[in-house]
Design a protein around this ligand. Structure first.
Ligand code: SF4
Length: 465
């Protein structure tokens, strides 16, 4: 499918002289007939603003909610991640530039779904949360609104992961359908936004305050880039803003950068600077501060007594110290963690042996270096049901219980799995011979890898029939 196929009339615009003016982001692009806006996915077609991306997404992916820098809402819940195309910013250090920056888009990455199909997939897979993510869902406004509204009617929740360079009108509309906002604030420095993200800071802060004032669950993340915005002064300004404008209970995540896009010359953020940022923010009064893209130090502790409430490793979470009525098991303080009621349908199942006896093709992947996370895509090329079985491996040949992804005839499914324990060495994947499996290595979370990795020692075909 091509980007320009099936445009639909956009929301949030007006006519200005002989142009159309988009009101979705603060950029307010003014377009002559035939022109596109800065994001590359909204176009003036015969005097009417159109969205070019309605229903167009990169491959849907099942992940855990921790992928989205959300730690205080439904820990370890599976989410259905939807990422589309284009962005209203253009960060030089973008970690998703192959889909966010339209000029780099490979149209083979485009998949098409209706709102009904998205909601049906989530329901069939037992996933309770849709996650609007990856590039930036602001530019996908019409599809997000339609799908999120339908999802809510079916009892699902919506998570919006965004850098939130958005108009206040659009942010207010989102409050009608979105439950959780994970907002990435790049810096507290206006010059940083202008120079490196091609946007400006005040609208981001105003929109963030608006959704928080509307009672939405908000978590803030800040990508700390080596020598650029990882100084003590920067961290203090970020923590101060959260304390002064939101709350000391809003989780703040300092996230490790990896070299990408126009910032391949800048090294990965030293881990000690992330630890230091966390200590500074906690010292200033932030109650829940985390570091991202680092496996350790991501537990939630009760700020009153220090008891471990949620234990985490990588993107895996285990509720360990919270009572049924959401309090610290040790001191009784309110936990500040929201839990969803179970629908009774599990998103992944522990397999019985007889369910996966036919899964005879086996491959192994070893965790190595900073690669602690992979996307796995299984495609059933037959007319009979199949499965992909994924099993964690530990030192001394120990194994965890297998997880099974059902694959109905002719269906494809993408899911992520991350290292869940320091002693875990890798994963084994089994499937029937008629299932085609690809593996995509991911350097960091909330990043959509586009190149499959089928070669090398890490991805070893053990046996095939
Ligand atoms: S959403 Fe796109 S077209 Fe609209 S103002 Fe922002 S960058 Fe311009």
């Amino acid at each position: 499918m091509k980007l320009e196929d099936m445009p639909i009339k956009a929301a949030m615009w007006r006519t200005a002289n002989s142009k159309v003016e988009c009101l979705l982001s603060p950029r307010h692009c003014k377009m002559n007939v035939g022109q596109k806006g800065f994001c590359g996915v909204r176009k003036n077609i015969e005097g009417t603003l159109h969205s070019l991306t309605y229903g167009k997404t990169v491959q849907l992916t099942q992940e855990t909610i921790e992928t989205e820098a959300v730690f205080h809402y439904a820990p370890d819940a599976p989410i259905l991640s939807l990422g589309n195309i284009g962005c209203m910013l253009a960060c030089d250090f973008c970690q998703n530039w192959k889909t966010a920056q339209v000029k780099h888009l490979d149209e083979k990455e485009i998949h098409y779904h209706t709102p009904e199909q998205v909601v049906d997939i989530a329901l069939q897979r037992g996933i309770q949360i849709l996650s609007w993510t990856y590039n930036d869902p602001v530019v996908w406004f019409e599809f997000v609104m339609d799908t999120a509204r339908l999802a809510r009617q079916k009892g699902l929740k919506n998570l919006f992961k965004s850098s939130f360079f958005i108009s206040l009108e659009a942010a207010a509309e989102l409050c009608n359908v979105i439950d959780v906002f994970s907002i990435s604030i790049k810096s507290m420095d206006e010059a940083f936004y202008r120079r490196l993200s091609k946007g400006w800071l005040p609208p981001v802060l105003e929109a963030t305050k608006l959704v928080f004032a509307n009672g939405k669950h908000v978590e803030i993340s800040n990508l700390l880039i080596t020598d650029l915005n990882d100084s003590e002064d920067h961290v203090k300004r970020m923590a101060s803003w959260v304390l002064d404008n939101l709350s000391d209970k809003v989780p703040l995540h300092f996230v490790r950068f990896h070299p990408d896009y126009k910032y391949t010359h800048v090294p990965r953020t030293p881990v000690e600077r992330l630890y230091r940022a966390r200590e500074i923010a906690r010292g200033m009064g932030i109650k829940y501060c985390y570091i991202g893209n680092v496996c350790e130090w991501v537990n939630t502790q009760c700020p009153n007594c220090g008891h471990c409430l949620v234990k985490r490793y990588g993107l895996n979470a285990y509720i360990t110290g919270i009572t049924e009525d959401n309090r610290c098991q040790k001191c009784g303080m309110e936990s500040n963690i929201i839990r969803l009621r179970s629908t009774g349908v599990e998103a992944t199942n522990v397999a019985r042996n007889d369910e996966w006896q036919g899964a005879v093709s086996e491959k192994q992947f070893k965790w190595h270096g900073d690669i602690n996370l992979v996307h796995i895509v299984g495609r059933n090329e037959s007319d009979i049901p199949g499965i992909v079985v994924c099993q964690r491996k530990y030192e001394k040949d120990k194994e965890a219980a297998p997880v099974v992804m059902p694959l109905p005839p002719r269906e494809e499914w993408r899911f992520s799995i991350s290292k869940g324990d320091p002693l875990e060495t890798g994963i084994t994947i089994k499937h029937q011979p008629y299932i085609h499996v690809q593996l995509f290595r991911e350097l960091d979370r909330a990043h959509f890898p586009t190149q499959p990795d089928m070669d090398g020692y890490e991805w070893t075909q053990v046996e095939s029939s």
